[in-house]
Design a protein. Sequence first.
Length: 93
Amino acid sequence: MLSQFAPIALIALAAYVAAIVRVLTFRRQGARHRRHVSWIAWALVVVLGGSAIELALHAKSVGIFEAGSALLLALFVFGVRGNVARLLWSNES
C-alpha cells in the first residue's frame, strides 16, 4: 500500500495527519470557549481530513507546492500548540 506513494505524497500525508491530531488533542486549560473559533477548528479538521483522504486516493497527483503547503500548515498548527484562536488573532501589537 505505501509503496505506491511518492516520497512527497508521504510527507504531505504525514503533515495533514499530524495537524489533524494536534488540533484534536488541544486542551483549553482555563481559556474561555469561543463558539465561532470551535466552528473554525472543526472546519479546519474537516478540510485537512478531506485533503488527506483525497491525497491517499490520488497520490500520483501531488506536487511539491501541495506538500509545502501541508508542511507549513502543520508547522503553524504546532507552533500555536493546536490553539486555532491563536492562529486567527495575535496578542502582540
